[in-house]
Ligand binder design. Structure first.
Ligand SMILES: *Cc1c(COP(=O)(O)O)cnc(C)c1O
Length: 397
């Protein structure tokens, strides 16, 4: 039998291996609020890697609403929802999220990671099937693992493969079939093909679940997300308060009343984890007010996105095509992606390099993300830095 000391040696060896493969993730410390411009100690930087799409993460109205809620409802709930952790504000926020997304009801979680962990297990059993896109977010994969439903996987956005899997699930005698997909695949910025997915689902009598974390607040009319963008109804939608909707914390599932009611009875991350604190809930109500009225911010976001794309293309960088504010700059080699990120960092531009195993081998990239807090001057400065670093490293001429 191995000892605890041997266990620690084993852990240290795993860490050394991660480091030797060049896969260690280092956290850089930000000493300012999140925004278009941030501070890293005494160094200012333009931030191109936050999920702060609408630039609301430090909005004065949200800080004010958080303080207001804290003043009237206190700091913490010290309870799960069903014991003594539900305030009027929680129910109000659940109604608001449902209305915003065009669903009957919604249920709050501590995060979207929890929402995805909660969704599948109570709703589907061994007689049922879940068909999942191969590039789905880790939390969907984990959530599906927790359910007893039979699992099927289709190649990313491959509609022929999805149909094959639907046939397979039917042939295997599945009772209920649920297709699960990200609304936006965040490494590429590609949108899921929701109209075709909806169509196939209807033909095979399946339901669809969309995780819309990288879309809610800015894609589609009023920012209602990818279903609204495509004009299709999706049976179950999960999302986060941690990206465009203020960027703090919290997740939700929206769908039919009966499904939400059952999740309230059975979803383990809901039953056995603390209620969201009033400050977050109060600010989330305020963020929905802002977002429903934020056509100007959405216009700025997409104007920035078009300007940024054009600037990078003109400089000679290779991009993935698309319309989403995620703009991946393709570099191929993992070491090059890391060097590029480092060079940009030295030039005051904060970006993140992504490489295997997060993306397939040979497709390393800098994933840039636009937001409404960035000014044209910020983008010009960042483009200068990209040109300088790109020439230094021989990425562009
Ligand atoms: C960010 C993200 C999550 C996790 O959301 P949290 O609220 O931060 O837990 C889940 N799914 C997708 C697709 C995401 O992008």
């Amino acid at each position: 039998m191995a000892t605890a000391r041997e266990f620690l040696a084993h852990v240290a060896q795993t860490l050394a291996q991660i480091d030797a493969e060049g896969l260690t993730k280092h956290e850089r410390e930000i000493t300012s609020p999140q925004g278009g411009r941030i501070e890293l100690g005494t160094r200012p930087a333009i931030n191109l890697c936050a999920n702060n799409y609408l630039g609301l993460a430090n909005h004065p109205r949200l800080r004010e609403a958080a303080i207001e809620a804290m003043d009237t409802r206190g700091y913490g709930m010290a309870s799960v929802r069903f014991i003594c952790g539900t305030q009027d504000l929680h129910h109000e926020l659940e109604r608001r999220i449902a209305a915003f997304l065009g669903h009957e009801a919604s249920i709050l979680f501590a995060s979207c990671f929890d929402a995805n962990g909660a969704l599948f297990e109570p709703l589907l059993g061994p007689e049922d099937a879940i068909i999942s896109d191969a590039l789905n977010h880790a939390s969907i994969i984990d959530g599906i693992r927790l359910s007893k439903a039979k699992r099927y996987r289709y190649a990313n956005s491959d509609m022929d493969d999805l149909e094959t899997q639907l046939q397979e699930a039917r042939n295997d005698g599945a009772r209920f079939i649920l297709i699960a997909t990200d609304g936006v695949f965040s490494m590429d910025g590609y949108l899921a093909r929701l109209p075709e997915i909806r169509n196939l689902a209807d033909r095979y009598g399946a339901m669809v679940m969309v995780d819309d974390c990288h879309a809610t607040g800015f894609m589609g009319p009023k920012g209602a997300g990818t279903p609204a963008h495509f004009g299709v109804h999706i049976d179950l939608v999960t999302g986060t308060l941690g990206k465009a909707l203020g960027g703090a914390l919290g997740g939700y599932i929206a769908g039919p009343q009966a499904v939400i009611d059952l999740l309230r009875q059975r979803a383990r991350p809901y039953l056995f984890s603390n209620a969201l604190p009033p400050a977050i809930v109060g600010a989330a109500l305020a963020v929905l007010d802002l977002v429903e009225d934020a056509d100007d911010l959405r216009a700025t976001l997409f104007r920035n996105t078009a300007y940024w794309r054009q600037g990078l293309e003109d400089a000679g960088f290779k991009l993935l095509p698309g319309e989403h504010p995620i703009v991946p700059v393709m570099l191929g080699d993992a070491v090059l992606a890391q060097e590029m990120a480092r060079a940009l960092d030295a030039l005051g531009v904060y970006v993140a390099g992504f490489f295997y195993p997060v993306v397939p081998k040979g497709t390393a990239r800098i994933r840039t993300q636009m937001n409404a807090a960035l000014t044209t001057a910020d983008l010009d400065t960042a483009l200068d830095a990209f040109r300088t670093a790109g020439r230094q490293l021989g990425v562009i001429r």
